[in-house]
Every structure is written in C-alpha cells, then in structure tokens.
Write a protein that binds this ligand. Structure first.
Ligand SMILES: Cc1cc2nc3c(=O)[nH]c(=O)nc-3n(C[C@H](O)[C@H](O)[C@H](O)COP(=O)(O)O)c2cc1C
Length: 185
C-alpha cells in the first residue's frame, strides 16, 4: 500500500479491552511498532455515548481506516454496530452530499474464536465467513470506501474451559500484526 502509517486510523470495536487477550495484544503491538492512530471505542464511547461530530472528524482526517474487532455472532460487537448506526449518517457517508468517506481505503482486521473449518455448510457456523461479513460491510460500501484487504485470524480462544490457550493467542496476535503491517508497508 506504500503508506507511511501516519494517516492510518484504527477503530477498535472491542467492547471491553480490559478483558481482551487477542485484541489488546494486537493493539499493544501496533502501538509500539507503528505510527497508526488507535481509537478505542470502549474508551471513547463509554455508556454507549457517541460524540458523532468528533468521530466523523477523525474519519475524515484518515486516508486508511482499519476496522479491528472480535467476531461476535459472525459480525462486529454491538458497540461497533451502534457506532456505524450513529456515525455513518445521511450526507456524511451516503446521500447526495454523503461523499466524505468516498475513496478511503479500508482494511478489516478480525479475530475469531472458531476454526476456519467451522465456516462452511454442515459445520457449526454453517456459512462461509465472507457471506456473514457482507452485511457488516454494508455501511462501508454505501460510503463508497475501498475495502482493500481483510486480515482474519481464527482460533483466538484464550478461555481454558473452552479448550483455549492464552500463549497460543498471543503468538497468533503477533502473526496477525505482522500480516497487517505487511499490508501497510
Ligand atoms: C458474544 C460472543 C460471540 C462470539 N461469536 C463468535 C462467532 O460467531 N465466531 C467466532 O469465530 N468467534 C466468536 N466469539 C469468540 C470471539 O471472537 C473471540 O473470543 C475473540 O475474537 C477473542 O478476542 P479477545 O481476546 O480480544 O476478546 C464470540 C465471543 C463472544 C464473547
């Protein structure tokens, strides 16, 4: 992408990074190794209160926007859904004068607990993940943004009771960041 990273904005949709392993590690690694501006919705939108003009201003200043989120029921968490509902408004993101985000590059950066294999007919998640993400990306496409890539890491389950392992998730987070960074350089 040949970016200097200086105009890259990451929107974190995790609802509570204090209780996160995968997303918090990804954000920590990016904060120490890149110039990406990191905007955490769980901090900025506490109590589900969203400062819409401030969020819109952040977006307009960026050239590339990374949407970073854990997959919850095969879409983004409720906080990020509300954020899209409130921030992607008429005549900002769509409508006759709604071109404020047009042409901006978008990267989806997603952590999943499930296996890749589970996202196919006959398996637990029964559809390819790309199909689930169509609805999630509706506002982005309506805003005529340019989704240039998607980085997904499966099996980021750190809960031992569910067969997970924190060390594995930390290693996967490192690899996830390497893939993201590679895209930006
Ligand atoms: C409410 C909820 C729903 C989830 N739904 C899915 C799902 O549909 N597919 C999947 O692969 N993982 C699912 N997971 C697992 C999360 O994606 C996983 O725990 C998360 O990506 C790990 O990131 P974190 O450590 O930053 O929280 C779900 C987790 C929660 C809490």
């Amino acid at each position: 992408m040949n970016d200097t990273n200086s105009n890259v904005l990451l929107i974190s949709g995790h609802p509570d990074l204090q209780r996160s392993i995968a997303n918090s590690e990804i954000l920590n690694l990016l904060a120490t190794t890149s110039q990406i501006k990191i905007h955490k919705l769980d901090e900025a939108c506490q109590g589900f209160q969203i400062d819409v003009p401030a969020e819109q201003a952040l977006l307009t200043q960026a050239d590339t926007i990374i949407f970073q989120f854990p997959l919850y029921w095969s879409t983004y968490p409720a906080l990020m859904k509300l954020w899209f509902d409130e921030v992607f408004t008429y005549n900002f993101a769509f409508g006759p004068n709604g071109d404020k985000l047009k042409g901006k590059k978008v990267i989806l950066s997603i952590t999943c607990g499930a296996t890749e294999n589970s996202y196919q007919p006959g398996e637990f998640n029964f559809l390819p993940i790309e199909q689930y993400l169509q609805a999630a990306m509706h506002p982005v496409k309506a805003a005529q943004m340019d989704i240039v890539d998607t980085v997904i890491t499966f099996e980021m389950n750190s809960t031992p009771d569910e067969g997970g392992d924190q060390n594995t998730v930390m290693q996967l987070a490192q690899q996830h960041v390497e893939r993201l960074t590679h895209l930006l350089n």
